[in-house]
Design a protein around this ligand. Structure first.
Ligand code: ARG
Length: 475
């Protein structure tokens, strides 16, 4: 009912947004799974959702790689192992810049060339952008996340310059001691709790090159023009809190009515950091290593428990299980909380884990296959009350609370409510299953039991899909 009463909205969810030539780190992973969940739940509520991946494909860091590549780069390595090679180059050149200010000057020069469209550096930029994108797409396919739009910072530097020119012509920008130009943010509701020094938001450097914030300002304006969105939600970690407050405040200061704080159309959904995540290769760098390590754990565990045969032993299954574990570990608490990563907490079959959800779903699937009764949707389940199946009735009562859990997760953009609900459903299901034997029950009773478990299975599967988990078990 709650969802039916809602007006259909146009919702833009910007998430994942990794940087080319830099690491797809745990923060990007968190943004990816959270953004995917938010998109799913808005779609589920009937809204028109656009999933936007705003790639960090422009800026000083890219110029630095171009500089570093001349010294440390190899096209062979770039093609065989692009992301780690580019990271390697980046680490080397950054270290050099820390030592040698001359390198920084050279980097600045390259960035300025890039913004002025110099062919040589643009050619190189295209190459590294393409290889990075290909790698990211592979990863998204692997974890089953899709986007409706790939865009990036590079798309906005020209428009950002135009905007800056207009602002300069109308004397809205001032020069600071470093020679950069900023806009004064006084008066916007967005900056109430932003420290004083951030009230001057730099939009352009002294040499005329654009900054991250300026590109974001134009990207938001562009999106509003294209989509006329009701909501635009950015998903990143909390370290960018001030950046987004500044962004919203700039838009508000420039007079865009849709950017007023009271409008609630703009939102920065933040999340805390994951600590303690490491793999056999050491401190975790690439998310793909985490996934691989998780699959390794799953497969080891299987070898130890060869009796656990409810799922088929293919690597696809191991991957789905691994992801289920990782996602549930991530969604257990409020997103603003960071958490300490633990392989056992993520990948255990016992306790409230993603594997427990999958296990329950598989049990329900095999029950349907093997109980010898067929589903009859018009069965009257009051039969169960009469026959005193108390635990089954408890499970059914809990099914009725599904929409409450959904609604809370939806309105707060917090998956933990839904997940908590699902764990409870699985525990109640385990209890309910203990006391019944569908095969040997009288027909009416058997049908009523089967229908109840079937509804549980459907509800569980739907909720899993919202979280971004594919339910396992043959139908
Ligand atoms: N590329 C950025 C990073 O990795 C995240 C982008 C967030 N979105 C935005 N519109 N600024 O930190």
């Amino acid at each position: 009912d709650y969802f039916q009463k809602q007006r259909k909205q146009k919702v833009l969810v910007e998430f994942s947004s990794p940087n080319i030539a830099k690491t797809f780190h745990v923060g990007h992973y968190r943004s990816t799974v959270i953004g995917n969940f938010i998109s799913n739940i808005f779609e589920g509520a009937g809204h028109e959702v656009h999933r936007i991946n705003y790639i960090g494909d422009w800026g000083m860091q890219v110029a630095l790689i171009a500089l570093g590549f001349k010294k440390y780069g190899s096209y062979e390595l770039l093609h065989s192992n692009p992301l780690s090679h580019l990271l390697d180059v980046y680490v080397k050149i950054s270290a050099e810049c820390d030592e040698n200010p001359d390198m920084v000057t050279q980097g600045n020069k390259i960035f300025s060339d890039m913004e002025n469209g110099s062919q040589e550096v643009i050619q190189f930029w295209k190459i590294i952008r393409n290889v990075s994108l290909k790698e990211y797409q592979k990863l998204y396919d692997e974890i089953n996340v899709r986007f409706t739009e790939y865009t990036g910072e590079s798309r906005y530097h020209i428009k950002a310059k135009e905007l800056i020119k207009t602002l300069q012509n109308s004397s809205r920008l001032q020069k600071n001691l470093k020679g950069n130009f900023y806009i004064e943010l006084a008066g916007s509701d967005w900056i109430e709790d932003v420290p004083e020094i951030k009230h001057k938001a730099t939009l352009v450097r002294g040499d005329g090159t654009t900054v991250y914030l300026a590109r974001d300002v134009t990207a938001a304006i562009d999106r509003y023009e294209i989509y006329n969105f009701d909501r635009l939600i950015y998903v990143t970690d909390e370290s960018q809190k001030f950046h987004f407050q500044q962004l919203f405040a700039v838009l508000d200061t420039l007079g865009y009515a849709w950017a007023k704080k009271s409008e609630t159309g703009l939102q920065h959904k933040t999340f805390g950091r994951i600590s303690n995540m490491s793999t056999r290769k050491g401190e975790m760098i690439f998310f793909t290593d985490v996934l691989e390590e998780a699959m390794h754990h799953i497969n080891l565990d299987r070898l130890q428990h060869t009796t656990r045969k409810q799922t088929e032993d293919t690597s696809d299954t191991a991957k789905v299980l691994a992801l289920s574990g990782l996602i549930c570990h991530d969604f257990k608490a409020r997103l603003s909380k960071g958490y300490k990563f633990s392989w056992t907490a993520a990948l255990s079959w016992k306790g409230n884990t993603g594997l427990f959800l999958q296990y329950t779903h598989c049990r329900l699937c095999s029950l349907e296959r093997n109980c010898g009764v067929t589903i009859n949707p018009s069965t009257d389940t009051t039969e169960l009350v009469l026959q005193k199946y108390e635990d089954v009735v408890c499970m059914i009562d809990h099914l009725a609370c599904y929409s409450d859990a959904l609604e809370t997760s939806y309105s707060q953009l917090e998956p933990s409510f839904l997940l908590k609900y699902m764990f409870e459903l699985c525990h109640l299901t385990a209890k309910a299953l203990r006391g019944c034997n569908i095969k040997n029950s009288p027909q009416m009773e058997g049908e009523a039991l089967l229908l109840s478990f079937h509804c549980t299975k459907i509800t569980l599967a739907n909720a899993m899909k919202l979280l971004g988990i594919s339910p396992l078990g043959k139908d």
